[in-house]
Design a protein around this ligand. Structure first.
Ligand SMILES: [Zn+2]
Length: 375
């Protein structure tokens, strides 16, 4: 696959650091990808997202195909130009969101027929249509079309969904074809069932992809179960290609995943919680709504260099949230994305230096202290 490559620079235990090279730029790993659901990371300009340290964004096929439509985005020059983000974009396949967001779904071997949650219009997604939509969007990293069953799911139900996903993975591979500079990632399924994860990994390796995702986690199984799967699942995938954990997570989930050999992650959490008054810091979670912040002249985190922390007090952030001002979501989202990228940068440096265990110990010790005491 010319124009797309992955180089591992160092490892520390099972954690790795390296770089994914694409024609649209390099992605330092481990990488956190902010989510730009509908062609925007909500409340952030693209240059602001870049300023937090993000090398790549995630776009959602399901949302973009329904509104404004993939053909329209293609006519307007592709998703990068449309949303003014020139660096790499990964798009999901639509498989997860069609099952979680749409109505009137009909699942067959061929694909999924569904009704749009926007206007009720009928649509069809299959491995072939998902590959075509992601091509029209101009995605740099394309995800195979899969089925992620809702939890709780029996072993038999998980097996059925995983095997369908593996047949769809082959059809995705066939439909994707040869597109130099663009990558196709397969998605491992199987829930928390080890035998199914092993079967899924073997099937994906047999097909052959540019990278491998672990899907079907962070869907309500809890952190212990998720990390329990990662204890063995990363080792089932080829060492020389990127491993992407989909939809994760909270800061401590991300640290645990990197320790277990994950190279890429995405999550709406830092941006979504920024819009609901939640900030993530070295000392854990802060709810800016709380009255304790109303007279507090101190920043969220005195050591953070983001615009929210360098220019504004907790009292101001509390006020603009209470007043419903847009700048509230803007500042807290920026802080959260900045904090997430700081974690990634520090882990990349620690892995390169062989000091990840010490860094992780410090990470947990600082969180255990909790937020600074009220004034
Ligand atoms: Zn900050």
């Amino acid at each position: 696959m010319s124009g797309f490559s992955f180089t591992l620079n160092a490892s520390d235990g099972r954690a790795r650091t390296g770089v994914i090279r694409t024609p649209r730029g390099e992605i330092r790993t481990p990488a956190f990808m902010p989510v730009g659901t509908a062609g925007t990371v909500k409340a952030m300009l693209p240059e602001s997202v870049r300023a937090t340290g993000a090398d790549i964004l995630l776009g959602n096929t399901y949302h973009l195909m329904l509104r404004p439509g993939a053909e329209r985005i293609a006519r307007l020059g592709g998703l990068h130009r449309f949303m003014n983000w020139s660096r790499p974009i990964l798009t999901d396949s639509g498989g997860f969101q069609v099952m979680s967001l749409s109505e009137l779904r009909k699942l067959t071997e061929d694909g999924v027929t569904f009704a749009s949650h926007v206007d009720g219009s009928r649509h069809f997604l299959s491995p072939e249509t998902s590959m075509e939509i992601q091509r029209l969007l101009g995605s740099d990293i394309v995800m195979a079309f899969d089925e992620c069953p809702a939890l709780p799911a029996t072993h038999a139900r998980q097996a059925e969904a995983m095997r369908l996903s593996m047949r769809w993975a082959q059809r995705s591979r066939d439909a994707f074809g040869d597109r130099p500079g663009h990558a196709l990632f397969g998605i491992m399924q199987g829930g928390v069932e080890r035998d199914l994860r092993e079967e899924s990994a073997e099937a994906l390796r047999g097909i052959g992809f540019d990278g491998y995702a672990i899907g079907g986690l962070a869907v309500g199984e809890g952190q212990a179960a998720m990390l329990g799967v990662l204890d063995y699942a990363t080792e089932l995938l080829p060492a020389g290609q990127p491993r992407y954990l989909m939809g994760v997570g909270k800061p401590d989930d991300i640290v645990g995943a990197v320790q277990r050999g994950i190279d890429m992650m995405d999550c709406v959490l830092p941006s979504r919680s920024g819009r609901t008054g939640q900030a993530w810091t070295r000392r854990g979670q802060i709810n800016i709504k709380n009255a304790r912040h109303a007279d507090d002249p101190r920043p969220l985190d005195e050591d953070c260099t983001c615009p929210a922390c360098s220019g504004y007090s907790r009292a101001y952030l509390h006020h603009v949230f209470r007043a419903g001002e847009m700048i509230s979501g803007m500042l807290l989202t920026w802080h959260n994305l900045h904090y997430y990228q700081q974690i990634m940068q520090q882990m990349r440096e620690a892995i390169a230096a062989g000091t990840l265990d010490a860094w992780v110990a410090g990470f947990h010790a600082m969180r255990a202290q909790g937020d600074i005491a009220p004034l």
